[in-house]
Design a protein around this ligand. Structure first.
Ligand SMILES: O=C(CO)[C@@H](O)[C@H](O)COP(=O)(O)O
Ligand SMILES: [Fe+2]
Length: 222
């Protein structure tokens, strides 16, 4: 049986009560906290920085924090998020002049490293560095906003990424991010994803436990 992980995106949480929201969603069965960082430069939106990740750690959140950097350049933020308690740090290859060096920096700081590919970015970009990655994150929407519609052609890309990871004999996690709901999570899993980011589908639901259970029920049928 696959080791599926559900990662609610804090972007859709109530920021006025973030500690409580994150704690509630973990208690409701989530595995990983997906922490979206936007700089109004790499993407046309602005969110939160390392001090908010640190505040979650200080609040008592011990679950893995999966920092999705949508910032350019990346290296300063990698250092700051590692200090703030990040578990995974992922970044977009377009946002670093020296991708291998930035990946190495994440690992040297004791975090797990990942690369994020936008829908139109070819998989070829990660090929050589794949053995150094703990996670590959495929965007199924264009980055910058929560609540967008899943782009169907990214399913084929997930399938290709799964083949690439398996053929190299790696245990790299394959995460999908954007527009994931109870209705399409199984399709993404069948295509090869094992880690599922969901923002609006989880935080927008009346009951977090019910929606996470519904997602797990879908995954159990894959
Ligand atoms: O990185 C991003 C958007 O840039 C995502 O993590 C979204 O925040 C996911 O939100 P939903 O599409 O699930 O609402
Ligand atoms: Fe994200």
């Amino acid at each position: 049986m696959s080791d599926f992980k559900i990662a609610p995106s804090i972007l859709a949480a109530d920021f006025a009560r973030l500690g409580e929201e994150v704690s509630d969603v973990l208690e409701a069965g989530a595995d990983i906290v997906h922490f979206d960082v936007m700089d109004n430069h790499y993407v046309p939106n602005l969110s939160v920085g390392p001090m908010v990740a640190k505040a979650l750690r200080d609040y008592g959140i011990t679950a893995p924090i999966d920092v999705h950097l949508m910032v350019e350049p990346v290296d300063t933020m990698i250092t700051e998020f590692a200090k703030a308690g990040a578990t995974y740090i992922t970044f977009h290859p377009e946002a670093s002049r020296h991708v291998d060096r930035s990946v190495g920096l994440i690992r040297d700081l004791g975090c797990k490293a990942g690369l994020v590919l936008n829908p139109a970015t070819p998989l070829e970009v990660i090929k050589h560095v794949l053995p150094q990655l703990d996670m590959v994150l495929l965007m199924s929407v264009n980055p910058g906003f929560g609540g967008q519609k899943f782009i169907p052609y990214t399913l084929d890309k997930l399938k290709m990424a799964r083949v690439m990871i398996d053929e190299m004999g790696l245990s790299t996690r394959l995460e999908v991010d954007g527009g994931i709901t109870v209705n399409n999570i199984a399709e993404a899993a069948k295509a090869g994803a094992d880690t599922f980011v969901a923002g609006s589908a989880i935080f927008g639901a009346d009951d977090y436990r019910t929606v996470i259970k519904a997602m797990r029920d879908q995954l159990a049928m894959v």
